[in-house]
Write a protein that binds this ligand. Structure first.
Ligand SMILES: Cc1cc2nc3c(=O)[nH]c(=O)nc-3n(C[C@H](O)[C@H](O)[C@H](O)COP(=O)(O)OP(=O)(O)OC[C@H]3O[C@@H](n4cnc5c(N)ncnc54)[C@H](O)[C@@H]3O)c2cc1C
Length: 408
């Protein structure tokens, strides 16, 4: 599977996958068939890189699935898409999880930098040299392809934390630096979920028999996992992350000429409901802000080209100029050069893109010149994103019905 960083490639993948998103997905989604699988992993969509970059929106993906399958057959796939929405909504309500992860990651790197003996097991894990065959396979697959199957991510994170006893924040950072779909909410909260920090006290333990069973169709399978931990004691943390639903920006209403800012979380105008045509497109890619360490080539290139291509496509669609906003320029100077005061942008959720861009955007916000576009689906779903996934899961039919989805 190749991941081309354009909306067109994402739409093509969506249309190829739609027929497989019903009961076949429910039956087979847990199998990791490997990157070189003959049928190109048709059991899962591999849409996450396009969804993460905002080249595709969750709404259009769910709509396409429901146009082809009834709600019962599509339930399992839609539920997975809602995991993404749930994690985003949860992190919006508890942003301190992200700041505390960043601090913890930096502190863990400082410890490794000061002690070569401690750095060695980390290096072995990230280079696929631990001696645990399955784990080493996924480690190399991740750095070479930029993608891992969901089950492999769960097994990998569990082995990292409970067998290798490495710091979970370093594992989450390793994923973020290499996953093409690297996402602040889904990644951080999934690692916390495996570690027993998300659903407090409930951990995920990888077992060799389960790995063998769900990798038996893999070209190198069934994968062996030697010497795994037999118990997974939940990790603990000294902080309680307070929850509060932020006031989401109101429905976008920009009357004046405005610039449309596209970024790592919202790289295309395609999924957006824009108030009217923009007069300028500003493209700002910040893949390096994912981590203080080097970003994998696949992840870096997909992210920066997604924004570049998204900007170009928007410029062509609206017949307006496209400018790049690099890390060393100010947004104010770009707007001043174009004689524009207002800016609209896809909503910036908690994570590195927001951290990298917010200093400039907050000035516009203070002057009432910033409109953040929140998807109707997120607006309807995020208030249910608390107290575990099953609460939001129960609300899915109501949310889809409220938004007028066929079959919702
Ligand atoms: C430790 C760990 C780290 C992860 N890190 C990320 C990450 O950085 N970015 C990311 O997008 N997902 C992450 N996931 C979730 C999940 O593994 C991927 O979204 C999924 O594997 C993407 O493949 P797919 O598109 O074929 O999924 P499909 O099975 O086809 O699912 C369709 C879509 O639903 C969403 N989705 C599916 N499963 C999940 C899930 N468990 N959590 C959240 N969303 C889900 C994705 O957007 C996906 O594209 C992580 C999971 C774990 C266990």
């Amino acid at each position: 599977m190749t991941f081309a960083p354009t909306r067109t490639a994402g739409l093509e993948r969506l249309s190829d996958f739609v027929p497989h998103a019903g009961t076949a997905y429910t039956r087979t989604r847990n199998f990791d068939d490997g990157a070189a699988a003959e049928k190109m992993r048709q059991n899962v969509s591999q849409l996450s890189p396009w969804l993460r970059a905002g080249l595709l929106g969750e709404t259009e993906v769910i709509k396409a699935i429901l146009e082809h399958h009834g709600p019962t057959d599509a339930e399992s796939f839609i539920s997975e898409v809602f995991w993404r929405i749930y994690f985003k909504g949860d992190l919006e309500q508890r942003p301190s999880i992200w700041t505390s992860y960043c601090k913890g990651r930096d502190a863990a790197f400082a410890v490794l930098d000061a002690d070569a003996a401690l750095a060695e097991p980390y290096t072995k894990a990230t280079e696929g040299r631990t001696g645990i065959s399955a784990f080493d396979h996924w480690s190399r697959e991740l750095t070479q392809t930029g993608y891992l199957h969901n089950h492999a991510r769960m097994w990998f994170a569990s082995i990292w934390i409970f067998t290798l006893k490495l710091d979970w924040q370093l594992g989450a950072d390793f994923f973020l630096r290499h996953l093409i779909d690297g996402d602040a909410a889904s990644n951080t909260l999934s690692w916390r979920w495996v570690a027993g920090l998300h659903t407090k006290g409930k951990t995920y333990l990888a077992r060799a028999d389960n790995i063998a069973r769900f990798t038996d169709r893999h070209p190198d399978g069934p994968l062996a996992a030697e010497g795994l931990a037999e118990h997974a004691e939940p990790l603990e943390e000294p902080i309680e992350h307070a929850r509060s639903m932020p006031d989401l920006p109101s429905q976008c209403s920009v009357d004046a000429p405005y610039a449309l800012l596209l970024h790592d979380e919202g790289a295309s105008h395609g999924p957006l409901e824009l108030p009217h045509k923009p007069s300028l497109i500003i493209a700002a890619a910040r893949p390096k802000a994912r981590s203080p360490r080097d970003i994998g080539t696949q992840a870096r290139d997909f992210a920066s080209q997604a924004v570049l291509n998204g900007g170009k496509a928007a410029g062509e669609a609206f017949g307006c100029e496209v400018v790049q906003w690099g890390p060393k320029e100010t947004l104010a100077s770009l707007l001043e050069n174009a004689g524009i005061e207002c800016l609209a942008t896809p909503y910036l959720p908690t994570g590195w893109t927001r951290s990298a861009l917010w200093a400039d955007l907050s000035i516009l916000q203070q002057h009432g010149e910033l409109a953040q576009l929140v998807a109707q689906l997120d607006r309807a779903a995020w208030p249910h994103a608390k107290a575990g996934f099953f609460r939001i899961k129960k609300a899915i039919p109501g949310i889809l019905g409220e938004l007028g989805f066929a079959g919702g």
